[in-house]
Ligand binder design. Sequence first.
Ligand code: GLN
Length: 199
Amino acid sequence: MTLKIGVLALQGSFREHIRALTADDVAAGPVRRPEELAAVDALVIPGGESTVMSKLAIEFGLLEPIRKRIADGMPVYGSCAGMIMLASRVLDGRPDQETFDGIDMTVRRNAFGRQVESFEGQVNISDISGGPFEAVFIRAPWVEQVGPEVRVMGRVTSGPAAGRIVAVRQGNLLATAFHPELTGDLRVHRYFVEMAVSQ
Ligand code: GLN
């Protein structure tokens, strides 16, 4: 049976994630409706703008269904805004911003500074071999606090943000603050597909 991975396609870099997953030889397609969610085995939440994604998830009737699938153990990977959507607590968010509340962590939105629209830095991810990632951060969050179930997988290695947590995993949930879908380095997607297959 081929694994079906959905990419939440309300807003943001969902096309790039679909392309990255397809290169990895899985059936990947967009998820915008609850019926599409019900048909997938795993989900990717792209980068974009978490406040808008939150609003659209409510409008499209996906907020509660995704929360439920997460509680039932569906594997999910979130990048950047997707990391925010997976967090249980958000700093510098909008007061009405909702999340899927999956990973027991506190993230700070736009953490690298409002002036820092984007920056590139190296990130080592434990469990993923092949050397450090050339990570692209675009108005990215970082993780300020994690609960006991969360495994810290990656930190920024140098520069002013050195030591900041930017990759985590809690059970079937994986999140990175950077955007591997934009760089052509498919190792995070491959890691996630393996995670999802081994379910
Ligand atoms: N700053 C965005 C947010 O709050 C995230 C940016 C991104 O996904 N590239 O959602």
